[in-house]
Design a protein around this ligand. Sequence first.
Ligand SMILES: Cc1ncc(COP(=O)(O)O)c(C=O)c1O
Length: 448
Amino acid sequence: MSTLIPTSRVPRSMELYQRALELIPGGTQLVSRRPTRVAYGVSPIYAARAKGARFWDVDGHEYIDWASGIAAIILGYADDVVDNAVKEQISKGNNFSINHELEVELAEELVNLIPCAEMVRYAKGGGEACGIAVRIARGATGRDRVLFCGYHGWQDWYLAANLDAAGALNQHLFPGIEPIGVPKALHETAVPFPYGDLNALGELLDNYKGTVAAIIMEPCRTEHPPAGYLQGVRKLATEHDVVLIFDEVSTGFRHGVDGVQTVLGVTPDLAVFAKSISNGYPMGCVVGKRDVMEAASQMFISSTYWSDTIGMRAALTTLREIRRRNVPQQLWQFGERLQKEINQVAVATGAPVECYGVAVHPSLRFSPSDPADQQKISTLYVQEMAKRGCHGYPSFYLNAAQGEPELQQTVNAAQEVFPILRETMENGDWDTKLECELRTDAFQRLVK
Ligand SMILES: Cc1ncc(COP(=O)(O)O)c(C=O)c1O
């Protein structure tokens, strides 16, 4: 296996990354953008520009982006309607000494749109917005403890879960996250619960009776919840007088124009949105019921850039465009076709691959004859698809700019790549086929 820069197919990316490692601790700002999460030395690391469903890297290669800006792009890159609205806004100024009426207009839009929304606060990102939601829940209840299920960003309140010697986040994210820098005094303030298991959640609520402020969870991820599960969570939260928060940073606006709440038929007390709310511009929000949200008026939750008009204009325009273009319906239909066609290639080529999960966020499951080859086969898949202009992980974040050309190119690539996977698995010659180190673990979330 070779990762040497001179032999890399992305030499400019590799050179930039070496410089970054000298200057930027960890190399990237987002763990999911670490090049070791894809095919290091083969996959692109630095983008130069993007339009629609595609981006171009600094080495001049063109890719379909099946990660959709790590879920932030829902309409497509550089969407003309959103970008023109933002440009017009910039020409009028983006951040003022006083407030801007967009704050009110966007709040009204969100309240009209999202079932649980009666009041609104803004942020610039998902992890930040989750932090605000947890603060509001703690402030509203006067309690400290948070039960969580899923990924909710990087903040102290969340990583505190790993102050537990057992490493509570091992299954939630990936093993080995040290809660370095997180105050030890937060021990046992954030406790994970397993998705789909109402008894386990009920037991935690009983054990920690009277001390739990909030249940925060991703309502779903790759699959819809078992029938009645979220209704059961809702019931438990109400019985224990605990604030129920849905983290919709990843689900938001792909499942339905108003998020996932109507689709799943459960209304939380608070919900958090970011990423796709603004088609790639920095924006996040916490929305929720008045009796909980109102507590925020007495709390110190404040930042200069939360009123920046670029994010708000982008969000308002994106939300309206999602509705006008009926994006969720388009993504459901497109995802179903993608799943079907990939599975047909898998069957035809005899490759141990299955495309599964909700159609708006399909995932790939590899079943190599030796389960120990799991990481090898997923790395080989990412590597070979990258060479054929398909960037991503073994999963697909859809956006509305993806269409027939992207589907065909990807299916054609799979027709070439899947036999390579099968033959390599049969021959066991991973070392000759893999041109990079094995990918590091993907996020393993308990939320399906
Ligand atoms: C469900 C969920 N919550 C929170 C976050 C964190 O959002 P951000 O990266 O914008 O801070 C993410 C990011 O992937 C997410 O998927």
